[in-house]
Every structure is written in structure tokens, then in C-alpha cells.
Write a protein that binds this ligand. Structure first.
Ligand SMILES: Cc1cc2nc3c(=O)[nH]c(=O)nc-3n(C[C@H](O)[C@H](O)[C@H](O)COP(=O)(O)OP(=O)(O)OC[C@H]3O[C@@H](n4cnc5c(N)ncnc54)[C@H](O)[C@@H]3O)c2cc1C
Ligand code: FES
Length: 282
């Protein structure tokens, strides 16, 4: 059971949570995730550790409401608790010893750059964060990220703030500019289409690129095989071998196909939740 110390909406569909979770905070590293279960008999869902504070014993999560379980999480408020929070799970993202690292975040993925940028700075590396969203209102945590990195680039599809265009286009410009703008390593986390575009942008440039894969997960401990991704032609389990993998080795076609495998069941779960909410309201 983890108590929610802070809960605030970042956008109409995205919520920030700070939880009391001292054991997880003590061991967490950038790139890792937790498995949440909101209620007895409910499903477990993986959520990236956006940030952690070892001294305070807290972790931060950002949850985007897309279906039944994320809706239940996003309905929670400060003072309430989450039934199970298991972690930290997965491997920490591999960080280089020196150079310039660019973190790229889209949607809820921008949140994961918080602990990544802080850790890179602690190690003395040069950092750029590129965050993207469709519009200005959907950009999250830019104010919190700005003091943690050397350079922050905000991109919106409609140009309502920052660079007009996709994060991959801005990254291409930085690579093209060369010199101090050109990163030595890129770490991307966000929607699959965005991570694929980032992989395509850096392919052939010699820039090591990692993507944080988010396949469907069941147990999160390597037992069920649900989170299988194909990397370098080999099957890997994102929950124990990842979730970060070499972007140029990931088979995105397979990953995208597998994430759509249970859409009918997901729709049923959403409908069931809506029925229950209606019944409770009566
Ligand atoms: C390692 C990892 C880290 C993650 N970190 C975060 C995070 O920090 N914040 C966050 O909001 N979400 C994160 N996710 C995704 C999150 O786990 C799913 O959105 C959640 O499980 C959906 O549950 P649901 O019951 O609400 O929706 P469902 O009814 O299961 O799904 C609703 C819709 O979302 C799609 N969907 C479901 N799971 C995923 C997924 N893994 N990736 C992409 N689309 C999916 C479905 O295809 C469907 O269209 C992460 C996933 C992984 C594997
Ligand atoms: S979630 Fe079951 S093996 Fe990874």
C-alpha cells in the first residue's frame, strides 16, 4: 500500500502523483518502472518512475488515462492509497561515462526525463531535453525540467509554443547543426510512432540511441512472456531485459502489432467500468 502525498492534473488526461514509497525510492534508477494494482482483483499496469527522492522516500509517477485501469488511477487523490506498488522493475537505462546526452519525451514519456536529466547532470554530462506534444496545453513538466538540463527544447505539432513540428524534426536539426548541439547519445521515451521516428532520425549517424519500449505487460517479472519484443532478430522480455533497447535493433512493426492484440477486450473493460460507475451514481 502506498499513500498518495500529492496528486495534480497536468492535462485533462494526464495526472502527476507523488507517493510515499521509501524502499522503491532508495533503489530506483532512471529507466525503471513500477507495477501498480489499484484494487483487489484488478489488473497490474506498468508505470515508469518519473522521479524519485531518496531522502524524502518518495517516487513520482505520471499517468495518462487511456483505458479502464488508468482511469481508476487518475481518479485517485492525495490522501488516498494505491493498493500495490511493486518495484523498481526492469533494468536501469545504460548511461555513457561522458559526452552529451539528449533525452526525448513525448506524452507521459516527458516525465521520465526528470530523473534521467538529474542523474546525467550529477554525473557531469552535457544534457538536452526535447519534449513534445500536440499543443501548448498538452506539454507537461517543462518548468520542472528546465533547471535540470543544459538545454530544453519544447516542440508542438501546431506551433502554439516552442518549435513547430515533431521532436524528431528538432532532433534532426540539432544533429545537422553539429558542434555542441549534436548529441553523442539519444534516449527516447513516448508513443511508439515517436520512438520509431527518433530511431529513423539517428540511423546511420553513429549516435547511440535507446528507446524505452512499452509493450503490454502482465506480471512484470519475466514469467508470462506478454511483453516480448524483437530486438536484433531475437526475442527479449521488456520487463526484465529492458524496457530500454537499442532503437536501431528494435522491430517496431512487431511491437506495434502486439500492442493492438487485445483491443476488443480493452474496450469491454472500459465499458464494464463505465457501467459500474453509472450503477454507483444511481
Ligand atoms: C515499461 C512501461 C512503462 C509505462 N509507463 C507509463 C507511464 O509512465 N505512464 C502511463 O500513463 N503509461 C505508461 N505505460 C503504459 C500503461 O501501462 C498503459 O497505458 C496501461 O497499462 C493501460 O491500461 P488501461 O487498462 O488503462 O488501458 P487498456 O484498456 O489496457 O488500453 C487502452 C488503450 O491503450 C493502449 N495501450 C495499452 N497498454 C499500452 C502500452 N503499454 N503502450 C501503448 N498503448 C497501450 C491499448 O492498445 C488501448 O488502445 C507504460 C507501459 C510500459 C510497458
Ligand atoms: S510482463 Fe510477463 S514476461 Fe514481461
Amino acid at each position: 500500500m502506498a499513500q498518495i502525498l500529492e496528486a495534480r492534473p497536468l492535462t485533462p488526461v494526464t495526472k502527476y502523483f507523488r507517493l510515499a514509497a521509501p524502499l522503491i525510492a532508495a533503489a530506483a534508477q532512471p529507466g525503471q518502472f513500477v507495477m501498480l494494482r489499484v484494487r483487489e482483483g484488478g489488473e497490474r499496469i506498468p508505470i515508469t518512475i518519473a522521479d524519485y527522492d531518496r531522502a524524502a522516500g518518495t517516487i513520482s509517477l505520471v499517468v495518462q488515462q487511456v483505458g479502464a485501469t488508468t482511469s481508476l488511477v487518475c481518479a485517485l487523490e492525495a490522501g488516498e492509497s494505491i493498493l500495490d506498488v511493486a518495484g523498481p522493475l526492469g533494468m536501469a537505462v545504460e548511461l555513457p561515462a561522458r559526452g552529451h546526452v539528449c533525452g526525448v519525451g513525448g506524452g507521459f514519456g516527458s516525465a521520465a526525463l526528470l530523473c534521467l536529466m538529474r542523474e546525467l547532470r550529477r554525473r557531469g554530462l552535457a544534457t538536452t531535453a526535447i519534449v513534445g506534444a500536440r499543443t501548448r496545453e498538452l506539454v507537461i513538466l517543462a518548468d520542472e525540467l528546465a533547471p535540470l538540463c543544459d538545454r530544453l527544447e519544447v516542440c508542438t505539432d501546431d506551433g502554439s509554443t516552442g518549435f513547430r513540428g515533431f521532436v524528431s524534426q528538432r532532433l534532426a536539426q540539432l544533429i545537422e547543426a553539429g558542434g555542441a548541439s549534436r548529441p553523442d547519445q539519444v534516449i527516447a521515451i513516448g508513443p511508439m510512432a515517436m520512438m520509431r521516428a527518433i530511431a529513423d532520425t539517428t540511423r546511420g549517424t553513429g549516435i547511440r540511441t535507446l528507446v524505452s519500449m512499452d509493450p503490454l505487460m502482465v506480471d512484470g517479472t519475466g514469467m508470462c512472456g506478454g511483453c516480448r519484443v524483437t530486438v536484433g532478430g531475437k526475442p527479449m522480455f521488456a520487463c526484465v531485459d529492458g524496457p530500454c533497447f537499442d532503437a536501431h535493433e528494435v522491430d517496431f512493426d512487431v511491437a506495434m502489432r502486439r500492442n493492438k492484440a487485445y483491443q476488443a477486450q480493452e474496450r469491454q473493460a472500459r465499458d464494464r467500468l463505465a457501467c459500474m460507475a453509472q450503477r454507483e451514481a444511481r
